[in-house]
Structures are given as structure tokens and as C-alpha cells.
Write a protein that binds this ligand. Sequence first.
Ligand SMILES: Nc1nc2[nH]cnc2c(=O)[nH]1
Length: 419
Amino acid sequence: MEKKYILILKGTILFTPTAGKFEIHPDSYLIAQGGLICGIYKDLPEKYKDLTIEDYGNSLIIPGFVDLHTHAPQFNQIGLGLDYKLLDWLNHYTFQEENKFRQIEYAQKVYEKFADTLVSSGTTRSAIFATIHPKSCQILFEILKKKGLGAYLGKVNMDTKCPDFIKENTQQSLANTEELILAWSDSELVKPIITPRFAPTSTRKLLEGLGKLALKYNLPVQSHLAENPGEIEWVQALFPEHDAYYKVYDHYNLFGQTPTLMAHCIHLTDDEIDILATKKVVPVHCPDSNLNLTSGIMPTRKMLKAGVNIGLGSDIGAGHSLFMPQIIVRAIQLSKIYSLQHEEDAPLTLPEAFYMATKGGGSFFGKVGSFEPGYAADAIVIKNENLPSELSPLEEIQRFIYTGSAQNIAARYTAGKKL
Ligand SMILES: Nc1nc2[nH]cnc2c(=O)[nH]1
């Protein structure tokens, strides 16, 4: 047996194979080979007996977190300008900040810190927006790879309705995107994703070209949808030929023709929610961001009832933290507020929101976010030394999610490799 590809972790193993319930294996062995989970064992099988065991005592071992929507170049603007709503926030802060990424030295510094924070936070997979700048984007690809993180990373495309300093030439935008696709499509853990910023900053030509690239290279797509009422009105004015926002993306093969993430999806009709389910488009709930920019509350329970698979996103810098447990908490809290006005829509439970930040969001990457056999061995270890030892594993996960920090994470693994 090839010893080097086998990872054996010992601890209390906890995950959500289904949305509503934690599965807990106290004092057990989690075994992975070649980066994939083989199984969970109460007693170590004989054939593994002479291999090294990473023994974490009775610490919790849980799947690494999945952040399905975040903006790396906004790392240095976290917490700034959050008295604005979306469109003013973009104009007053974000576009200026993103413009700094034309300088690769600046990109290198910010992106290193961004990636280090993902690692320390226990986020092992993420879907990331970069900026329009191909060189900086290339740097971020390299940094994520070097840190051993899993990610879909998109060079942002925008060629209209934004300040000139950050506006691309359409053909150049498509050519730069294709170059990055060719450079990174075969990479193991960090892969390209088609990333029109959102409909308003895209010409029809750009959307058409991006849709063609998505189909040509069979690449996933990420963008923003129905985040803010002003944004939705703007889309109606800019694209009068489409009677719904999502149809702009759909028309250009950017809405479910390949796997698609749509951040926010707050202001959708019931029919539009059904379309998300039919087309298997994944709406990414970004509760911190939606509160900070007063965007609204995503109707998560209604979407779950419609059969939609929801992911969670930090959405920094509109969100103010990359730490996914806080995003889980905020998603639950917002669903509680929502349920006060909508009695038929019960709040999310902790295992439901935990699922969104692990297996639910992870499904965008394939078999990610669970400890079932065949899943990627993405795991983090939660230290329990500061917590009272009389807590049950279920209480420990509750305590960690609500009050924990990066300091409580003792180790992180992506696809079986220690970060
Ligand atoms: N939250 C958020 N929404 C957007 N819509 C278009 N661009 C952005 C962005 O950078 N952040």
C-alpha cells in the first residue's frame, strides 16, 4: 500500500450528509487516500495499523468551509463605506479600490493577506471574483495554488456603465479571459470561472462572448442577481428586451447552461425561484453583505421548499468577515427575522445553515463538503481546550459556530493535504 497518500485523522468527526441533521462519530478515525475520503472507523482497520495517525484527541473534525461568493480585491476595504447602498457603495469605494489592482505589487500584498485569512478561517474552497486586471488575476491564481486552497477564480469582466479607469475594451476583455482560461483549466484545485460583474456593467457583445467561452470550455459562471431594487430597475432600463433580470444572463448562455452561481437573489418572484430550481442555478446567500448594504433578506426557507440548493458567501467587502461560522450565524438570524413576517417560512436551523456552508455549497466543486466515501478530504480541526469539557459534540459545534474564531482552528486540510 502506498503510505504517502494515506491520511488518518483521529477525533470526534462531525458533518452533515443531509441538510437537517449532524452526523457525529465520537472518538473515531477519518481515513483518506489520494485526497479522497475512504471511510470513518471506530477502530483502526488492521491494514492502517503501522501508518502515522494525526491524533487530535477528542477535538471536533469537521469539513472545511465553502465560501461561494467573495471579492478578493475588496479585502482591503472591509468595513468601509457601509452606510451606502449597493450602487453608491460601488461608485464611492469599490471601483476606486479595484483600480489599485492595476499595480501588481499592490495585488500581491493584498492577495497574500486575503489567502492567508481564508486559510486561517478554515475556508478550504471558495468562488472568488478578482478584478478586470489579468496580471493581478494571474498572481491570485498562483497565490491560491501555493497555499493549497481550492477555488474557482474569475477575472472580472466589465465594459460599460462604470468609470473609465476600470472599463475594459470588449475584445480585450474576452481575449484576456480566454488566456487565463487556457493557463488554468488543467490546474487541480484552482480553476477559472466566467465572471461578468453583473448585467449593468456588461454590453450585449461582452455577455455574448462570455457565454460562448463558457460553452466552448465548459466552464462554470458566477455573477450577481437581484441584489438591490435600484439595480433591478437599472437592468430593466438597460435591457428592455428582457422582462426579467435573469433572462439577460439566460439569453447569453450564462444561466444554468453550465453550472452557475448567482450571488444575492433577494428580490425574485416565486416563478423566478422555481426557475433557479429547474435550471439548478445556485443562489449564494450573503447575509452580512445584505444587511450592510440594506439590500434585503433572501427568502431562504421559501427557496429550500422550492428545491433550490443554496450556498453561503462572505461577499467581502460588502460583507465584513471571511469567517464562515459568522456567515452561518447571520443566515440563521436573518431567517428568524424573516419568519416573523412570514409565518409559513420557519427559520433555518444550525445543521441546515452548516450544510449550506459545507456540503450544499461544496457540491459546486463536485464531491466536496462531506465525509462520505469518495468526497475530497477537506477537513478542519476545532480545538476545544478553551471550552468547558462537559459539552457534548453537538454543543461544541454550536459553541464554535456562534462564538469561535480562527484561533480555535488547530489544523486545516484540502484534498488530504495539510495547509
Ligand atoms: N455585493 C456586491 N454586489 C455587486 N454587484 C456588482 N458588483 C458588486 C460587488 O462588488 N459587490
